[in-house]
Ligand binder design. Structure first.
Ligand code: PMP
Ligand code: GLN
Length: 382
């Protein structure tokens, strides 16, 4: 049977490719972003408990109501914005799904969507599968800041959306107050939507406040803001997240969601509705991950890799120009095969394959894992 592919230029995601290569070569896997330490035993016990107590049937399509209520309370306490849990929050099977659903709800063929590169790998295919057109803008190497002047130049009457991601994967860059000011002035009096991917909301370092769109009710009126419980509770395999938006936009989001997934895993939602009430479960996360970043950075000083700044997420980029002049894909593959350390080449996050000779390391790992990886890297002589 012939399929006229909707995504003719798409292969298998780099995360799957590098994790498979890591397994094949018994490499320490600092590539794909996931923790290798256990999640909270208390949360696991809660899920077990609610399953035994019979929470095993569908919850409403929008998500388990008490979970949406505690999320609204959390949003108010963190960002002072009041959101209505009935009309503005929907629980989704992960952040990626929330992003896809938001784009599918509003994009029409020919709409233009501003995407900053390097970009998380699902964004461009998600835009293209909806017949819309990605308008690509490079974040300025090496600190990966947004050039708002360039954004203004690339606006056209067809611009329908701007996609943001802070803290940023793969670079660890974060948006500042000035970025929000610029964004505000650009979208004011337009019909441009904002998609804000904030899955690393709590993974912000050095006491810098997270510039969530949820802080700004005037921006939330035109935004879909996407989150992932996997990142907050060290359980990426749960694939559970949520989207927050304005009521009219959320209506459209739910039209798409209800005929795709309908509703998400019940026991996890019931357990989280209780667990999230413990504010420490998320407020301690930034310091926890910052300690890992600092530990990893300090270990890496023994190597010839040169760090770029990481202000958030659980990723750190390193330049390898003092080690090799290979392209980043070749270098990352060779590092996995010959030195048994898997990473992610950053050029895969650019449609044109822009190669600044940097690779991404995930430091959400046990100390032993980071030790083992850096021991191998410090012996590099290639
Ligand atoms: N956006 C970014 C930037 C991410 O790194 C991730 C992590 N995979 C996601 C979205 C999606 O998260 P989830 O696993 O909940 O779909
Ligand atoms: N977000 C994770 C990363 O960037 C992986 C997600 C995935 O494998 N799709 O590494």
């Amino acid at each position: 049977m012939h399929i006229n592919s909707k995504l003719p230029n798409v292969g298998t995601t780099i995360f799957t490719v590098m994790s498979a290569l890591a397994t094949e070569h018994k490499a320490v896997n600092l590539g794909q972003g996931f923790p290798d330490y256990p999640m909270s035993e208390e949360l696991v016990a809660l899920v077990n408990d609610v399953m035994k107590r019979g929470f095993n049937q569908y919850v409403p399509m929008q998500g388990y109501p008490p979970l949406r209520e505690v999320l609204a309370e959390k949003i108010q306490s963190l960002y002072t914005t009041v959101v209505n849990p009935d009309t503005q929050i929907t629980i989704t099977p992960g952040g990626t799904y929330a992003i896809y659903t938001a784009l599918t709800a509003v994009l029409q063929p020919g709409d233009e969507v501003i995407i900053f590169e390097p970009a998380y790998d699902s964004y461009i295919p998600n835009v293209e599968i909806n017949g819309a057109v990605p308008v690509l803008i490079d974040l300025k190497f090496p600190d990966y800041k947004i050039d708002w002047g360039e954004v203004r130049q690339k606006l056209t009457p067809k611009t329908r959306m701007i996609m943001l991601n802070s803290p940023h994967n793969p670079t660890g860059a974060v948006l500042g107050e000035d970025d929000i000011k610029q964004l505000r002035s650009i979208v004011k009096d337009t019909n441009i939507f904002i998609l804000s991917d904030e899955v690393y909301e709590h993974l912000v370092f050095d006491n810098v406040p997270h510039q969530s769109i949820l802080r700004y009710p005037d921006l939330l009126e035109r935004s879909f803001v996407c989150f992932s419980f996997g990142k907050v509770y060290h359980c990426t395999g749960w694939k559970l997240g949520y989207c927050v938006s304005a009521p009219e936009m959320m209506k459209e989001f739910r039209k798409v969601h209800q005929f795709n997934c309908f509703s998400c895993h019940t026991p996890s939602q019931v357990a989280l509705a209780t667990f999230i009430k413990n504010k420490d479960s998320y407020l301690s996360l930034g310091a926890f991950m910052q300690e890992k970043r600092d530990y990893f950075q300090q270990l890496m000083r023994q190597t010839k890799f040169t760090p770029l700044a990481s202000h958030g997420s659980y990723f750190q980029l390193y330049k390898y120009d003092r080690i090799s002049d290979e392209g980043d894909k070749d270098f990352a593959i060779r590092l996995t095969k010959e030195k048994a350390v898997a990473t992610i080449p950053v050029s895969v996050f650019y449609k044109a394959g822009t190669d600044n000779k940097v690779i991404r390391f995930c430091f959400a790992k046990k100390k032993e894992t980071l030790d083992a990886a850096v021991e191998r890297l410090s012996k590099l002589n290639i």
